[in-house]
Design a protein around this ligand. Structure first.
Ligand SMILES: NC(=O)c1ccc[n+]([C@@H]2O[C@H](COP(=O)([O-])OP(=O)(O)OC[C@H]3O[C@@H](n4cnc5c(N)ncnc54)[C@H](OP(=O)(O)O)[C@@H]3O)[C@@H](O)[C@H]2O)c1
Length: 268
């Protein structure tokens, strides 16, 4: 991989994992187009990275924001890499998640990556090498109570990535799916952090995720699941879901306790 030949559109660049990915790639020589809604934080990030980078502000959770972003991408015909990383995660029992949150989750985590990929594909296909990375989650393979909307979006993203990987086999465009486990970023509310502690879940740094993404690209691995025992559970859940049903249902009282605290926090 010739890193300094790459121009990368990264969504969710202002977030914990996004900033770490931007830094790892920029330090390797990649020129970045940093996308998110918070112009100031994106600009601060761009200024702090080695090299010259661009900032694109827009809300990809809404169709008008996506259309505006896709329009602006015409300014960057040299894009060779798309990293669909933006994401949101409404924590709670389904009846406590609003219809608006459900819609936003699917639009941001699933529909936006699909539409951005579709819009960029013709120009990616003109290049000698091009890369699409979809940042999924362990919850894209394991259904977890009180994360049903998030799981639905990430299961969808995994299916999209796998189908497209197979569809584009033999072409210049390589498709990758990276599934982090719990990672220390603002996507996790205080209650989710406390729940992870109570359940004994391991939590990674965003830098570890960013290094895993770089290693995945270098090794050209279509699917990477970060962390043990999560990657084992992913396989187990695929082959013997009832075993994982039993293990996770035992944890339900703890999960529901933190989900109820989260719901109370939101209502205050
Ligand atoms: N942290 C974890 O535990 C974990 C575990 C597995 C997978 N992941 C995945 O990793 C990815 C990055 O998440 P993170 O942990 O870095 O979370 P984060 O710190 O909350 O960052 C989320 C990013 O998504 C952007 N975003 C959200 N909604 C958007 C919208 N409507 N339009 C444009 N940008 C939007 C945010 O931008 P704004 O600045 O505009 O809000 C922010 O840059 C997500 O796909 C997440 O599902 C995270």
């Amino acid at each position: 991989m010739n890193w300094s030949n790459q121009l990368c559109l990264l969504t969710g660049a202002s977030g914990g994992i996004g900033q770490a990915i931007a830094r790892v790639l920029a330090e390797s020589g990649v020129r970045m187009i940093l996308q998110g809604r918070d112009e100031q934080s994106l600009q601060r990030l761009a200024d702090s990275l080695p090299g010259i980078h661009h900032v694109l502000v827009g809300d990809i959770g809404r169709s008008a924001g996506r259309a505006a972003l896709i329009g602006e991408l015409k300014r960057f015909p040299a894009i060779s890499m798309l990293i669909n990383n933006a994401g949101i995660s409404p924590f709670g029992e389904l009846q406590h998640v609003s219809a608006e949150e459900l819609e936003q989750t699917i639009q941001t985590n699933l529909l936006a990556p699909m539409l951005l990929t579709r819009a960029l594909l013709p120009q990616l296909q003109k290049r000698s090498e091009a890369y699409i990375v979809n940042v999924g989650s362990a919850f894209g393979s394991i259904g977890f109570a009180c994360q049903s909307a998030y799981c639905a979006s990430k299961f969808g993203l995994r299916g999209f990535s796998e189908a497209l990987y197979r569809e584009l086999a033999g072409s210049a465009v390589k498709v990758f799916y990276l599934a982090p486990r719990a990672t220390q970023t603002a996507i996790n509310s205080d209650e989710v952090v406390a729940m992870n502690q109570a359940l004994g879940n391991q939590v990674d740094s965003p830098q570890k995720v960013a290094q895993a993404l770089k290693a995945q690209l270098l090794a050209s691995q279509p699917r990477v699941f970060i962390g043990f025992p999560e990657k084992l559970f992913v396989r187990l859940n695929g082959a013997f879901p009832s075993l994982v049903d039993n293990a996770l249902i035992k944890k339900l009282p703890i999960i529901k306790k933190f989900a109820a605290q989260h719901a109370k926090e939101i209502l205050v």
